[in-house]
Design a protein around this ligand. Structure first.
Ligand code: SAM
Length: 407
């Protein structure tokens, strides 16, 4: 790919004239002065088709998102300084793994034989998780994603969401789940404060799903996705794309967005410990784009990115949902990275693709105060590298299996 946008620029050049550079100031109510320059620069896309209710709805949703981001920005000014690294990146997004256990065995995530699990006393307790969330939130973290392992295997999952929701400053709580065992708890999770569901689904073919996940759960996941659409405003379907495994299903996944308010996101396959990554199995964004473009051509419509977005988002003209690409390997977004991760055993990872870790669990258990915990986090964030090492190098880097990180 020549430039950062590469084929996107070429293929969407014609479409670009359809974008309207309507600024936030004209979209916001007068009671909310929007002065943040980043927000001000965001263009809001025009309705797909001004005659339809749907286009008005998505237009409004974009406005709402931008206004909410500006309000959150304003609230943050009264907090402790954000955890900022040496490249000016402020960390306002925490991903926390609630468990190392999972009811699937996805081949891209863990070895077939599973992974040695950390003994329970060495895992974070719920109180320790909440304390970490409180310290981050005091420094301006407002968005949190619960992951694992499979977070829903925890019986106290809803209770954890409820407690996080009570932490001052946290405005968005999402989960990344495989959807197998969470279907019955969706409403209670919503009531507890969960606002966003990311559900992993790597094939629309039940046999292939079984081959990838080494488990028979296809029907349950499909039911969960359908139910979640009726409960949550935002439901995302995560697809890890692998060459000759599920690459040929990309356009079928996009067809799922025709009548459904879903956002399907295609994730480039990433190398991690024990997942047998090889470049032969890698299917790049460029490859995916060629496939999508040859099928949908000029009906592809580029959507607006919000700050710190990791997804290049699109819609097919006239379709209800969206789709996007998470191009961590071929077009990384390290320069706007605002996220850090805490593993189930309490290690802070400032980069998904770096192997340096700091045990917040040990710091807390040594009797440290919140100020000392903050200082530990702050020092670790300052050591964050400018960017990850690139797919060629990462495949040789010793890192945890993804199941023990949390994605
Ligand atoms: N159990 C949950 C689930 O299945 O979504 C949460 C944990 S899972 C590790 C979090 C996310 O990481 C999922 O969307 C999964 O597809 C993604 N993931 C795992 N291994 C990956 C890999 N090697 N490359 C890209 N994404 C990966």
């Amino acid at each position: 790919m020549g430039s950062r946008l590469g084929p996107l620029v070429r293929s969407t050049q014609l479409l670009s004239t359809r974008f309207i550079s309507e600024t936030v100031s004209s979209a916001a109510p007068t009671t909310t002065p929007l002065t943040d320059s980043t927000v001000d620069r965001i263009a809001i896309p025009p309705p797909v088709d001004s005659a339809t209710e749907l286009s008005r709805e998505s237009h409004l949703r974009n406005r709402r998102k931008i206004i909410q981001a500006a309000i959150r920005e304003k609230e943050k000014r009264s907090l402790l300084p954000p955890f900022e690294d040496n490249f000016g990146r402020k960390h306002t997004y925490l991903r926390i793994a609630l468990t190392e256990k999972c009811n699937l065995r996805c081949l891209y995530c863990m070895p077939a034989e599973g992974v040695p699990l950390t003994p329970k006393p060495h895992l974070l307790t719920v109180d320790e998780i909440i304390r970490i969330v409180e310290v981050f939130a005091a420094h301006g973290m407002d968005k949190i994603r619960l992951t694992g392992g499979e977070p829903s295997v925890r019986k106290d999952f809803t209770e954890i969401v409820r407690r996080i929701k009570e932490v001052k400053g946290v405005t968005q709580i999402g989960v990344t789940t495989n959807g197998i065992a969470i279907g019955k708890r969706l409403q209670e999770l919503r009531d507890a404060g969960l606002s966003q569901m990311n559900i992993s689904l790597d094939s629309l073919n039940p046999e292939k799903y079984m081959m990838i996940t080494r488990t028979n759960g296809f029907k349950k996941v499909m039911e969960t996705i359908e139910k979640a659409e009726g409960i949550f405003d935002s439901v995302k379907v995560n697809v890890v794309v692998m060459k000759n495994v599920n690459d040929m299903e990309i356009c079928d996944f996009i067809e799922m967005t025709k009548d459904r308010n879903l956002s399907v996101r295609f994730i480039e396959f990433m190398p991690f410990g024990g997942n047998k990554f090889t470049l032969n199995k890698f299917f790049s964004f460029k490859d995916m784009w060629q496939m999508v473009e040859s099928r949908f051509g000029d009906s592809i419509y580029r959507l607006v990115d919000t700050p710190n977005d990791t997804t290049k988002a699109f819609r097919i003209r006239g379709y209800r949902g969206e789709f996007g690409f998470i191009t961590s390997m071929t077009e990384h977004f390290c320069s706007s990275c605002n996220r850090v991760r805490v593993t189930a055993d309490g290690n802070l990872k400032v980069c998904l693709h770096g192997n340096s870790e700091v045990s917040l669990r040990d710091v807390m258990r040594s009797g440290a105060s919140n100020e000392e915990l903050s200082e530990t986090i702050s020092q670790a964030v300052k050591r964050k590298k400018k960017q990850h090492a690139g797919v060629e190098n990462l495949q040789h880097l010793k890192n945890r299996p993804m199941i023990l990180i949390g994605g």
